[in-house]
Design a protein around this ligand. Structure first.
Ligand code: ADP
Length: 487
C-alpha cells in the first residue's frame, strides 16, 4: 500500500530527535516545528528519525515503505506514518534502537557504546532514500541536523545521490567522534579520512563530515554563526567553519506558538496578560514548596551541564535570596550539579525548590507562573527557554551570548522608555555580572507598573517562525535551483 507523501517541493529532514515524540532538548522542538513552518512556504518536509521504543509506540499503524535487509550489518526497514501532523519516516532497526533509556544514554547515564553505528545507520538510510526514493517519493534536498545526521553526505556520495544537503549546527560541542578503526564497520570510504574530510585528530568526526561535505551550513542564530568561527566557541572546528564561512548562515530558531500559547495551553491556568499569571504563580509556589516572598520567583528549566552556567548561578544565589528572590529549578544531567542544587534547596527551604528530572508539562507550568527565567549559559547556540519565557510573560535574564544575545532586548533606561525592553542581559561567564543582573531584576520587580510593562512587551515579542521560515525557504530554493542548473 502506498502512503501519500506531503504536497510541495520535497525535503527529507534527518534528525535524532523530533518533538513531541522524542525530546532531550531544543533540537527536538526545532525539528518538530519546522515542517509546519515551512509548509506555508511551499516546502513539504518528511522527517527521518530512529525507531526508538517510544517512537514506535506512538506510531499507530505505520506502513513499511522500504526494506533494508543489511543496513551496516543489521536488519532494518523504513516505516511511514503521520503523527501529530508530522510526516515521519521511521528507521526501524531493533538491534540499534529498541531499548530502554534515552536516545543517547543507557539507564546508568553512559553513552550507548554503539552510538556511532546507530547514527551512521540513520545517515546511511537517509542516503539510500535520497538515491532510490521511497514508493516514488524522492527528496529535492536533505536537511541534516547535528552530528547524528552528519555522515549523510558521505553515504550519499557513495550511493550516487546528488541532491543538495543543508546541515544545521544546533550545538558544536557534540562532534560524534569515534575511533579510526571503526571505518570498516561504519562502511565509510578511506578516501574521506583526511583533513578536508571527516578526520579529526585520528578519529572519525561525524559532525566534521557534515561541515566539510554538506552543500551549505546553517546554525541557529546570527551571533552563534560568528562565534563559531572563534577559538573560544568553535570547539576545535573554528578553522573548518572559517574555511566555509561563505556557506554558513545564522537563522534564528523560532518556537511552535500553537503548542506554546498561554491563551490555549491546557497545562496551565490560561492567561492573555501578565495579570493572569498570578494564579499560576501561586500554583507554582505550592508545587515547589516555596513560601510567599517579597521578590521575584525565578525559574530555571534546563539540562544541568557546564554549558548552562548553573554553577555560576549557585554562586550568585545569596544575592538573589537576600533581596527576596526565589528559585524554582527543573533539570537533570550532571550528577554533581544535581546534588549541588539539591543541597541548595535543603539549605534554603521555602526559597529554593528543585525538581530533578525531565517533565514537559511541569515546564509549561513553570514558564506560566515564574516572574523571570534565568539562562546564565556560558555559550548558547540559540536557546529556546528564553523564547518560551517571553511568550509566557516571564522576563528572561540571560547571558549575552549566542542566540540569547539575539532574542532578548536588555531593559536599560532607553529601551524601557522606547517600550521595547523584554528582559535583562549580562556578560557571560561572570558571577559578578550575574549578581548585578539579579539585583537589577529585584529592583525592577518592585516597580510593579514597569515590570508589568516589560512583561507585556515580552509577551508581544515575535518568537514564532514568521521571520525565519522564509529564510530557510530561500536557502532551500537557492540550493535546489543551483543544483538543477548544474545538472
Ligand atoms: P538545549 O537544547 O541546549 O538543551 P534549549 O534552550 O535550546 O537548550 O532547549 C531546551 C528545551 O528543553 C526547552 O524546550 C526546555 O523547556 C526543555 N527542557 C530542558 N530541560 C527540561 C526538563 N528538565 N524538563 C522539561 N523540559 C526541559
Amino acid at each position: 500500500m502506498t502512503v501519500a507523501a506531503p504536497q510541495g517541493r520535497a525535503i527529507l529532514a534527518v534528525a535524532s530527535e523530533c518533538a513531541p515524540l522524542v525530546k532531550t532538548g531544543g533540537l527536538a522542538d526545532v525539528v518538530g516545528a519546522l515542517p509546519a513552518a515551512l509548509q506555508t512556504q511551499g516546502w513539504a518536509i518528511r522527517t527521518l528519525i530512529p525507531g526508538y521504543r517510544t517512537v514506535l509506540a506512538a506510531a499507530k499503524r505505520p506502513k513499511t515503505v522500504l526494506t533494508l535487509p543489511d543496513l551496516l550489518g543489521t536488519k532494518a526497514r523504513i516505516l511511514a506514518v503521520k503523527v501529530a501532523g508530522l510526516d515521519l519516516l521511521i528507521l526501524d532497526a531493533p538491534d540499534l534502537f529498541d531499548r530502554d533509556g534515552s536516545p543517547y544514554l543507557d539507564a546508568t547515564g553512559d553513552d550507548w557504546p554503539d552510538n556511532d553505528l546507530r547514527f551512521a545507520a540513520l545517515c546511511k538510510a537517509a542516503a539510500l532514500i535520497a538515491a532510490d526514493g521511497v514508493q516514488g517519493w524522492v527528496p529535492d534536498l536533505l536537511h541534516l541536523h547535528d552530528w547524528q545526521a552528519g555522515l549523510t553526505p558521505v553515504y550519499m556520495a557513495e550511493a550516487g545521490a546528488e541532491q543538495p544537503t543543508l546541515l544545521t549546527i544546533h550545538n558544536i560541542a557534540f562532534h560524534g567522534l569515534t575511533p579510526y578503526n571503526r571505518l570498516k564497520k561504519l562502511d565509510l570510504p578511506m578516501s574521506g579520512f583526511t583533513l578536508d574530510g571527516f578526520e579529526y585528530y585520528s578519529h572519525i568526526s561525524a559532525l566534521k563530515a557534515g561541515l566539510t561535505q554538506a552543500t551549505a551550513l546553517t546554525t541557529v542564530s546570527p551571533t552563534y554563526a560568528h562565534e563559531l568561527m572563534t577559538p573560544e566557541f568553535g570547539m576545535g572546528l573554528e578553522g573548518v567553519l572559517k574555511a566555509r564561512a561563505h556557506k554558513l548562515t545564522g537563522v534564528l530558531n523560532g518556537i511552535d506558538t500553537q503548542t506554546w500559547d498561554p491563551v490555549k495551553d491546557p497545562a496551565i491556568k490560561r492567561f492573555s496578560a501578565p495579570g493572569g499569571k498570578a494564579a499560576n504563580l501561586r500554583a507554582l509556589r505550592a508545587e515547589f514548596g516555596l513560601v510567599k516572598s517579597d521578590g521575584p520567583l525565578c525559574a530555571v528549566v534546563s539540562r544541568l551541564t557546564d554549558q548552562k552556567g548553573l554553577d555560576l548561578l549557585l554562586q550568585a544565589l545569596p544575592v538573589l535570596l537576600e533581596r527576596g528572590g526565589q528559585i524554582a529549578l527543573l533539570g537533570s544531567g550532571d550528577r554533581t550539579l544535581e546534588n549541588a542544587w539539591l543541597n541548595a534547596a535543603a539549605a534554603h527551604p521555602g526559597h529554593v525548590g528543585v525538581r530533578i528530572g525531565y517533565d514537559e508539562a511541569l515546564s509549561h507550568r513553570i514558564y506560566a507562573g515564574a516572574d523571570a527565567v534565568l539562562v546564565p549559559s556560558r555559550f548558547e547556540p540559540c536557546g529556546l527557554t528564553q523564547l518560551y519565557a517571553l511568550r509566557y510573560g516571564a522576563l528572561p535574564v540571560v547571558a549575552r551570548t549566542g542566540g540569547l544575545a539575539d532574542t532578548v532586548i536588555h531593559a536599560n533606561a532607553a529601551a524601557i522608555a522606547a517600550g521595547c525592553a523584554t528582559g535583562l542581559a549580562h556578560s557571560a561567564n561572570s558571577v559578578a555580572a550575574l549578581e548585578n543582573a539579579l539585583t537589577e531584576l529585584c529592583t525592577l520587580w518592585r516597580h510593579k507598573p514597569t515590570y508589568a510593562r516589560l512583561q507585556r512587551n515580552a509577551m508581544k515579542h515575535p518568537v514564532g517562525w514568521e521571520a525565519s521560515a522564509p529564510l530557510y525557504a530561500a536557502l532551500y530554493a537557492g540550493l535546489v535551483d543551483t543544483c538543477e542548473d548544474l545538472s
